[in-house]
Unconditional design. Structure first.
Length: 502
């Protein structure tokens, strides 16, 4: 894809080639205003042409720095609140599953996940196999000496070190997925909800694998994409959802061979990880899936608002059915949108929409689930205003859930946030997520509003889809105008195909 280059764009040199790098401070008023903190759009400490301080390295350093701040936010719990009084970890908003599950899930006793039965409230580990392996490796890195408190602290530190590596992987992958837009990854690196939730649970492992998969797809390597998506699904269920939008995009572009390679790679990688445990420890293996089905309406969902407002418990089977139906309807709507949009949507846009739909319709929303969406949001809608509006809603929810738990755990004292306040926090999370979904849908329907396509690009993270001709469309998309996206200034992209190099 050829496009006009801004005279102020600097170059990210790779070998003998050079590609103009998009600078958000030239396109985004919020980014431009924020850059004043470091001396303006270029920055008072900038060293143009400095090869070591490339955009990707800067993003990684910022991401690691924010991760470290998130670790510091957990210090009150690390020092004492995890171990002395359950309510303190909620009033300090520093709760983490990691130290508690070290003993509760048998890692402190050297039990083998999925094979050895547990004695507590859960008879087997309730996490997917690859996440269970991640947890087990962290236990191998945990020193065995000292009392249980010290061992739980060291287990959290071992996990935090491994999750910091995942953070660096995510930063690199997001920065490189859109070749000309590495600075968009600062949305991930500086996301407040990312720092606050990174060490609550083990979700960052699946997020890193998913980010690596999207990078592989952007490089037109569908088999590698599929293998990584399969591994990510073996760590957390949500990454498999991305195959749905990819199927419809490949249908519209006629890229069946590439989709087939991706689907086979995903199925093969998932089976390689799961099949041994499935065959040798079937009861332990299926615990994740049975637990997900049997789990009642829980924190963060609109189902909980309904239950609390009506004063009636909702039947779990009914909620499972209704949630599945709502998700199917959402996926059907995304498929119709994909096939009828004036230009083929970008993969990142649809990936964000389908995962957001799953989060919104699900019967539980743990605060760390926001990590699933942050890299996808940065790729789908790299605009600071909209991103920060959404992040504000997630921070409100992060504070709300811990204060609500403090309220429920304080007995007659009722210290914290009552149910009505927590319902407002849930509603804030839902509304801001829906807001970001709405602006992504608007970008799909009005591609001239899409910041990624403003320079004439088609789908920089689309791999084989980038610039491909459409072979199957519906509705108005079958009779598009000459230019599906018209810009007041800058290059125009011919609908459904690359513009020939001039």
């Amino acid at each position: 894809m050829t496009s006009e280059t801004s005279p102020r764009a600097y170059e990210d040199r790779r070998g003998d080639s050079a590609e103009p790098v998009v600078r958000p401070t030239e396109q985004d008023e919020v980014a431009a205003a924020g850059s004043q903190l470091i001396g303006g759009p270029l920055g008072r400490w900038a060293r143009p042409g400095h090869r070591w301080l490339s955009p990707v390295r800067i993003v990684v350093l910022v991401a690691i720095g924010m991760f470290a701040l998130g670790m510091a936010q957990k210090l009150p719990c690390y020092d004492w609140a995890w171990f002395r009084g359950a309510n303190s970890q909620y009033t300090h908003a520093c709760y983490s599953d990691i130290p508690h599950l070290y003993s509760l899930r048998g890692f402190a006793d050297n039990l083998v996940p999925y094979f050895d039965r547990l004695n507590g409230d859960m008879n087997y580990l309730e996490y997917p196999v690859l996440t269970g392996l991640f947890m087990e490796v962290a236990s191998w890195l945990t020193p065995g000496g000292g009392d249980m408190q010290h061992r739980e602290q060291m287990y959290w530190m071992a996990n935090a070190g491994m999750l910091m590596v995942c953070t660096a992987v995510i930063a690199v992958c997001v920065a490189r997925t859109h070749r000309r837009r590495p600075w968009d990854a600062l949305l991930v690196a500086l996301a407040p909800a990312f720092a606050l939730t990174a060490t609550i649970n083990w979700d960052l492992f699946a997020v890193a694998l998913t980010a690596a998969a999207l990078l592989m797809w952007s490089r037109s390597r569908p088999l590698a994409f599929g293998i990584l998506i399969g591994l990510a699904t073996a760590a957390k269920l949500y990454p498999v959802l991305i195959l749905g939008p990819l199927l419809v995009l490949c249908w519209r572009a006629g890229k069946w061979r590439e989709f087939g390679a991706a689907a086979l790679g995903a199925a093969g990688a998932w089976l390689v990880v799961n099949l041994p445990v499935m065959m040798l420890a079937p009861e332990g293996w299926k615990k994740f899936y049975t637990f997900s089905q049997e789990r009642s309406v829980d924190f963060g969902s609109f189902w909980l608002i309904i239950s609390q407002r009506t004063g009636k418990g909702l039947d779990t089977d009914m909620v499972n059915t209704l949630a599945a139906l709502l998700m199917v309807l959402a996926c059907a709507g995304i498929a119709v949108l994909t096939l009828t949009a004036p230009r083929r949507p970008r993969l990142a846009q649809l990936a964000f929409l389908v995962v957001a739909a799953f989060i919104i319709t699900n019967k539980v929303y743990s605060p760390q689930y926001v990590l699933w969406l942050i890299p996808l949001a940065a790729l789908a809608r790299p605009r600071w205003r909209d991103f920060l509006v959404w992040q504000a809603g997630e921070v409100v929810y992060f504070i709300g859930i811990w204060l609500y738990l403090a309220y429920t755990m304080s007995g007659e004292k009722h210290q914290g946030l009552p149910p009505e306040g927590y319902q407002l926090a849930i509603a804030t999370h839902l509304l801001t997520t829906l807001y970001l979904c709405a602006v992504v849908v608007r970008d799909i329907l009005m591609p001239e509003r899409d910041g990624v396509r403003r320079d004439g690009s088609d789908d920089p993270s689309g791999g084989v889809l980038d610039g491909a001709e459409d072979v199957f469309v519906l509705g108005q998309a079958a009779h598009p105008p000459r230019h599906a996206a018209t810009l007041d200034e800058g290059p125009r992209v011919e609908w459904g195909m690359r513009t020939p190099a001039s």
